[in-house]
Design a protein. Structure first.
Length: 341
């Protein structure tokens, strides 16, 4: 199992250096990791035996015996990400550096969505025998891998999807809410992971959602309710979800979105906030102005309108899968453009 190989702090240091694209000698690796030369050399030998490190040719330069250089083997493991979109199951495969390899989608197969997920896993495992992790995005309330509530995909409601998939496919699995995955990817792509908090909002056909990141990690809550802004009170007896599902009839869409921004601002007060573009809003100025009707001007966030929800979502799921491949340490990778797949 790939994840069992990453078992020690020294190994994690060595892999972290190599995963950054460094091509180094054993001596250089020892110096960068603060390890003795024998310790670094032994770790390189062990990681080569596992197929995680490859020789990259002799050091260039004249004089003396030239040392061998080493690099990380991006084909040593693969991760599969899955999410639901318009009733279909969408999937993507990334290598051990988080770089996109291939992607596709399929309709639900006989038996429902869980059998479809397992069928996709088996097909990709045949194509990539080193498949070692699975991350699944779900448009519903998720807590510790359990789908507590969900719209449109009723068969998943109440199921411990993470445990089911781990038992069936024998891989480490992460099941996460779609907006928590999206905010993770959004913050990574914008360089916001080190901020105290990061927030994104999305108004889709299924209603509004909010992703919250605190100190670099998606925030869930004990029942997975963090970010489920559809439950916020709306007008009269309606909540924000019900208002959205009836098409915001009789409602000022900008004011509606402003109230969602304000709800996030008073609890997290992010300096900047991403709102994914909808047919109701393509410009941040009107939304910022509407927010100032409710918030002090100096406390209102700077709003960014983004068209990259899907890319952020897939990037976030990929990072969650990489976290499974490299447990015990934060994965540091260079984000690639998943839209190119």
């Amino acid at each position: 199992m790939f994840t069992r190989a990453v078992k020690s702090a020294n190994e994690r240091q060595v892999l972290q250096v190599l995963r950054q694209g460094c091509v180094v000698t054993r001596q250089e690796l020892a110096e960068r990791c603060g390890l003795s030369f024998p310790t670094a050399g032994k770790l390189v030998d062990e990681l080569m035996e596992r197929g995680m490190v490859l020789e990259a040719g002799l050091e260039t330069g004249a004089g003396g015996r030239r040392p061998m250089r080493y690099r990380f083997n991006e084909a040593s493991a693969y991760a599969l990400t899955l999410f639901f979109e318009d009733g279909a199951v969408c999937w993507a495969v990334a290598d051990a550096l988080g770089h996109p390899v291939c992607s596709g989608s399929c309709g639900p197969e006989e038996g429902g969505y869980v059998p479809t997920i397992l069928a996709v896993v088996e097909r990709q495992r045949r194509a990539y025998p080193a498949l070692a992790a699975l991350a699944v995005g779900v448009p519903g309330g998720v807590a510790e891998g359990k789908v507590l509530y969900i719209d449109r995909y009723d068969e998943l409601a109440g199921r411990d999807l993470c445990a089911e998939l781990e038992q069936a496919c024998g891989l480490p699995v992460r099941v996460e809410n779609n907006m928590r995955a999206a905010v993770y990817g959004m913050a990574a792509r914008r360089g916001w992971l080190q901020r105290e908090s990061a927030v994104c909002l999305h108004l889709s056909d299924n209603g509004p959602g909010c992703g919250v990141l605190v100190h670099g990690r998606p925030l869930s809550g004990f029942a997975g309710l963090v970010g489920e802004v559809g439950y916020l009170p709306g007008n009269g007896q309606e909540n924000m979800q019900q208002m959205a599902l009836r098409g915001l009839t009789g409602v000022d869409p900008v004011d509606y979105l402003a109230r969602l921004v304000v709800s996030a601002s008073v609890f997290l007060n992010p300096e900047e906030l991403v709102v994914y573009e909808t047919s109701y809003l393509q410009n941040a100025d009107a939304l910022e102005q509407a927010c100032r009707q409710y918030l002090p001007a100096q406390a209102a966030p700077r709003i960014h309108i983004s068209r990259e929800y899907r890319q952020d979502y897939l990037t976030g799921l990929t990072r969650l899968a990489m976290d499974l491949l490299y447990p015990g340490g934060e994965w540091e990778g260079k984000e690639r453009n998943h839209a190119e797949l």
